[in-house]
Ligand binder design. Structure first.
Ligand code: TGC
Ligand code: FAD
Length: 399
């Protein structure tokens, strides 16, 4: 049995956290150690999302954690980040579920919804009694969501939605889908531009809505990923999120989710480093010496600790900026881009330190490495974040 996780605090950052922040992290850490670590390898092997944990996560206040009222915990962004770090130390799929429920479903309802939409959905989503998904990506439009072909047409007091969404986390278990579509309506903006994009709450039991799961993934196997089909799906006009206007609205949701991923990736990296350090002290090769005593192994461990510590500092600073209302989306892009890259490199080095043992499910490294390949791609690929930052620095969009 693996030793209980003792934390990672090379730079003594714990001294800069408040008591509330440390308590939130302790709660999430215990939740992961007691409920996630014991089952997650089996879930990954069996391609099963652990639905049995949803209500408990709701009780712990993990859903919509930074939102005020409607049964949400009202955590600071730093507290929320620490939760995400601990959850992804367990598995990126679990963190994905919480990211989507919180940042991509509850946040847009809270930010753009009517009072009725908020009181109908937010308390139940916060408790985990209802599940949401976020449909932006389409089969033909991933990095460039502004090209989406999903359409909303007005028909009397209803909207009629048609289109296909792809790679949608929690799609087939969702009660409500936040669907981004272009409005075919006079005055909505330039036809076929991102200006006409609006968000709709679509109950998934409406006629014409269907979801099918993507199977055969070698990444995020403990997470549900689906395609959604909308064929003449009718929703009342009150299901449109009234505060949405243009592509900027879904991109604002992505900022919330990318911020959480920046923290989450640190958790996956810590799990890999911790495993590699413990293994390297036990495994002996040459002169009956632990491999931790070989210089090249030490160099890898030092790289990991340095980069994880830098990522922690980075996310903490971005979190404090966000809490003080000063964060820009370029800061969040940099954190997502850097920390996911760092975590993937850490996973690869850690796997190397375990030699052949590193490829088995007896250790969490390969699972984290495979998961991180998705994390590198979703919420804006590594290269798209390079271009977002390039545009910020130069004023020239190079997409
Ligand atoms: P562009 O013309 O640049 O922007 C349109 C409007 O949006 C504004 N804007 C932003 N606003 C807030 N936050 C941001 N991050 C923003 N980025 C841009 C922009 O100022 C403009 O405003 P306005 O007022 O002038 O209209 O749009 P573009 O079509 O050129 O695209 C820009 C680009 C490439 C950066 C964007 O489309 C992008 O980020 N692409 C990546 C797509 C992506 O990340 N998809 C994620 C799907 S969801 C997901 O993956 C969930 S994974 C599950 C999990 O989280 O666990
Ligand atoms: P593409 O956009 O086709 O990109 C392919 C490659 O081309 C990438 O390397 C990219 O960086 C590169 N590229 C593209 N454009 C340029 C350019 N202009 N310059 C240079 N290089 C470029 N989406 C949702 O809406 N909701 C979800 O819940 C969701 N969950 C997901 C879960 C998983 C497991 C995965 C894998 C994806 C999920 N996504 C979700 C979709 C995700 O956001 C997209 O996969 C992502 O935005 C990239 O789009 P794409 O896969 O179509 O790649």
């Amino acid at each position: 049995m693996a030793a209980k996780f003792q934390g990672f605090d090379f730079l003594q950052l714990d001294a800069s956290f408040s008591e509330d922040e440390l308590l939130v992290r302790r709660t999430a850490r215990d939740f992961v150690d007691d409920n996630v670590i014991p089952i997650i390898e089996a879930c990954f092997r069996e391609e099963r999302f652990p639905r049995e944990l949803i209500l408990l996560m709701g009780e712990l206040g993990f859903f919509g954690a930074t939102l005020q009222d409607y049964g949400c915990a009202g955590m600071s962004n730093v507290e929320y980040g620490l939760v995400m770090q601990e959850l992804e130390r367990g598995d990126s799929g679990l963190r994905s579920f919480v990211s989507v429920q919180s940042a991509l479903v509850m946040y847009p309802i809270h930010a753009f919804g009517s009072n009725e939409q908020k009181s109908t959905w937010l308390p139940a989503l916060a408790r985990g009694e209802k599940i949401g998904c976020f449909g932006l990506t389409e089969p033909g439009f991933g990095s460039n969501p502004g090209g989406m072909t999903t359409r909303a047409r007005r028909s009397g007091s209803e909207y009629v939605l048609n289109g296909e969404k792809m790679w949608i986390t929690s799609g087939s278990i969702a009660d409500v889908a936040v669907i981004w579509a272009k409005l075919e309506e006079e005055g909505a903006g330039k036809p076929d531009s991102g200006e006409t994009v609006r968000g709709f709450l679509v109950e998934t039991d409406r006629p014409g809505f269907s979801a099918h799961d993507v199977h055969g993934k070698w990444s995020l196997r403990a997470s549900i990923t689906s395609g959604l089909s909308l064929q003449e799906v009718r929703v009342p006009e009150s299901n449109m999120l009234p505060g949405t206007s243009g592509l900027k609205s879904p991109l604002m949701c992505l900022n919330q989710a990318r911020y959480g991923i920046g923290w989450g990736a640190i958790g996956a990296a810590i799990a890999c480093y911790d495993t590699a350090l413990n293994y390297s002290k036990i495994r002996k090769q040459f002169h009956n010496q632990p491999i931790a005593g070989h210089q090249l192994v030490q160099e890898k461990l030092v790289w990991m600790v340095t980069e994880i510590s830098k990522a922690q500092l980075f996310s903490l600073h971005v979190g404090r900026l966000k809490d003080s209302g000063k964060v820009g989306h370029q800061h969040i892009s940099m954190a997502k881009r850097n920390n996911v890259w760092m975590a993937l490199e850490t996973a690869r080095m850690a796997r190397d330190i375990l030699g052949a043992n590193g490829i088995t499910e007896d250790h969490p490294i390969m699972r984290h490495m495979l998961n991180l390949e998705s994390v590198k791609t979703y919420e804006g690929t590594h290269d798209i974040h390079t271009l977002i930052l390039g545009q910020h620095l130069t004023g020239i969009a190079a997409y």
